[in-house]
Design a binder for this molecule. Sequence first.
Ligand SMILES: Nc1ncnc2c1ncn2[C@@H]1O[C@H](COP(=O)(O)OP(=O)(O)OP(=O)(O)O)[C@@H](O)[C@H]1O
Ligand SMILES: [Mg+2]
Length: 278
Amino acid sequence: MKTPARLLPLQHADLIDEVVGQLQSGKEAEVYLVRVEGVIRCAKVYKEANHRTFTQKTQYTEGRKIRNSRQARAMEGNSKYGRKERESEWQNTEVETLYLLAAAGVRVPQPLAFYEGVLLLEMVADQDGDPAPRLSDVVLTAVQARAYFQVMIREAVRMLCAGIVHGDLSEFNVLKAHDGLVIIDLPQAVQATANNAFAIFERDLLQLAAFFGRSAPEIKSTNYAKEIWQLYRNGKLRPDTQLTGKFADSSKNADVGEVMAEIDEARAEALMRHRGPR
Ligand SMILES: Nc1ncnc2c1ncn2[C@@H]1O[C@H](COP(=O)(O)OP(=O)(O)OP(=O)(O)O)[C@@H](O)[C@H]1O
Ligand SMILES: [Mg+2]
């Protein structure tokens, strides 16, 4: 096909030979099939900042560690500079996260290059060598659903051990490759140390349980998120830690936490009154 404008710089830089077709136009990006030295790869073209919704991004920004303070300030405001910074930060997160997760043994496509806002990466293939389908496009038996759910729980544990929460884990972002499941789409990944990381992690696992639960209903009553998170918080989570899928909710503990928070708040207020506003 005729090379789309956003892929021309890659062609000129000799990073790709030819654009073979378009795979999908999603919310955040367009994915093309490209030929590189005789091999078919994927090229993920991130949409321009002004074509995307910013509300969702700001929600996730909080969870990211921003080292450079100039960058941090820029990201708070809505200046043109700030927008540009957020744009590049968004794009870099996916590349960085792919490398990090691959090193941690999580099955993700291998990133090959990141150039002019385009991520060149391994094409995940099915048994015929075609682009692998998403889990959402596959009909699963109950036995397969149970097995795949366990694989995905293990992958989520591996990601957490590497300090990462996917942030959009669902049947739409897992591909069924010829040799197993591959996780994609990571620009919104957050650091596990972020304030809201548990809520995001829990939502990821609930989405998976809801999907696999359609084929194997008992999956819907599992509770892995709290169990895994508690192990993680206590420094006891390892990639191969045995899990039960059950979690005994202790409302007593929760109450104690709430009371403590109230005490802290009251103390802070008293201090404020005492010192006066600064
Ligand atoms: N490495 C890959 N190999 C094969 N197919 C891929 C690969 N990466 C992406 N795809 C296909 O392109 C689609 C869009 O990719 P991705 O999910 O990364 O982007 P997105 O813009 O966030 O999409 P969406 O908004 O639909 O989630 C995927 O659902 C998948 O079908
Ligand atoms: Mg996606």
